[in-house]
Write a protein that binds this ligand. Structure first.
Ligand SMILES: [Zn+2]
Ligand SMILES: [Zn+2]
Length: 364
């Protein structure tokens, strides 16, 4: 079948919108007609060629849509169901079986490096094979072929076009707080970076009932959004700003929890220095250099690496949607919609801080 997709080519600084051929789904696949797909920083990194993703490739990994067809062995969903797509996992390794698909033994190959061609749901343009199956979906396309493992059925009264962001960026931020660090009600937390992941973490901290939520960012507009979503305090970062000192003025003795989304060494260091004794530091992006570990030992701190917010997506994504419908998780405020044709503009606007979270729509 023919699909319309945004294709990334090696060495090209922008995406091209092209018509491609997509091979038929297999008996274990689902065909999903895309309603919307979020833009995640990982898509931008993958296009830059820094993640080992083979090219040319159709990226996109925050898709949401309607099931159009299912293979003979699919029982989880049926045509017409609304679904959110998330990262793929094998379902058979000990980590998957223990309910931790984000740490699947085959995480890297299934989601990034395989880029399978010549399989059901693979793309080609004439005689040129285009890699797909990025995060098991490649959803910068008006149709995607997925598997049961990474397809999450959701209620139909939720705003389908924007739900895909729950499948990666939003679950990464909210899950890091709600699933991984789980600060008790009344506790204090500092969140470093107020992009889509950090702002989702702010919303997660509100759901957890944190009494002090300090957001840190380089952009005042992002901090305004953080306050709007429930941050009780904000710190504008900058070269001369001693962030940990400022946080300790807001929360004497330091915060019990800190979460870094920036992957910056200085940010990691400030997060550690802002913690109270026995505090917990979580991070979802890796800095080039490790922070100094002296205080980690002498203050009895814990450090926790977190992927995809420790989410079990079949449970966590419907939970976030329920919170949203009940008015307790306003992730829609992060979103700006663009037709997929405007993908390059959206990336520019996000990099310039004009928008927080682009979501692409697929006008027919
Ligand atoms: Zn992502
Ligand atoms: Zn696995």
């Amino acid at each position: 079948m023919k699909v319309r997709a945004a294709v990334a080519y090696e060495g090209r600084p922008s995406f091209s919108i092209e018509e491609l051929e997509m091979s038929e789904p297999g008996p274990e696949n689902l065909l999903v007609r895309m309603a919307g797909c979020g833009l995640c920083h990982t898509d931008v990194k993958a296009r830059e060629g820094t993640m080992g993703v083979p090219m040319p490739v159709v990226l996109g990994h925050e898709g949401a849509g309607i099931v159009e067809r299912v293979g003979a062995r699919v029982t989880k969903v049926k045509p017409g169901d609304h679904v959110v797509l998330t990262g793929d996992s094998c379902g058979a390794c000990p980590t998957c079986l223990a309910g931790n698909p984000a740490y699947c033994d085959r995480m890297s190959s299934l989601n990034f490096t395989d880029g399978r061609t010549g399989e059901p749901g693979s793309f080609n343009k004439g005689s040129v094979a285009i890699h797909g199956h990025f995060f098991g979906q490649s959803s910068f396309s008006n149709y995607a072929v997925t598997r049961e493992r990474n397809t999450i059925p959701v209620r139909k009264d939720a705003p389908l076009e924007i739900l895909g962001v729950l499948g990666c960026g939003v679950q990464t931020g909210a899950g890091a707080i709600m699933n991984s660090l789980h600060p008790p009600a009344g506790s204090a937390i500092a969140i470093f970076g107020a992009g889509p992941v950090g702002l989702s973490a702010v919303m997660g901290a509100v759901v957890c009932g944190c009494s002090a939520i300090v957001a840190v960012d380089l952009l005042e507009s992002r901090l305004a959004m953080a306050r709007h979503l429930g941050a009780t305090h904000t710190v504008l970062a900058g070269p001369e700003v001693k962030i940990a000192e400022q946080i300790r003025k807001i929360v004497p003795g330091g915060v019990g929890f800190a979460f870094d989304t920036t992957g910056r060494t200085d940010s990691n260091q400030q997060a550690i220095e802002s913690l109270a004794a026995k505090g917990s530091f979580g991070f979802c992006a890796v800095p080039a250099e490790a922070p100094k570990m002296y205080q980690v030992m002498t203050r009895g701190l814990s450090i926790r690496g977190i992927v995809q917010g420790d989410s079990a997506p079949d449970v966590f994504i419907p939970h976030l949607i329920e919170l949203h419908i009940n008015g307790r998780f306003p992730f829609d405020r992060l979103v700006t919609k663009y037709p997929i044709e405007k993908i390059n503009q959206a990336i520019e606007d996000q990099a310039a801080g004009k928008v927080v979270k682009p979501v692409f729509t697929f006008p027919s």
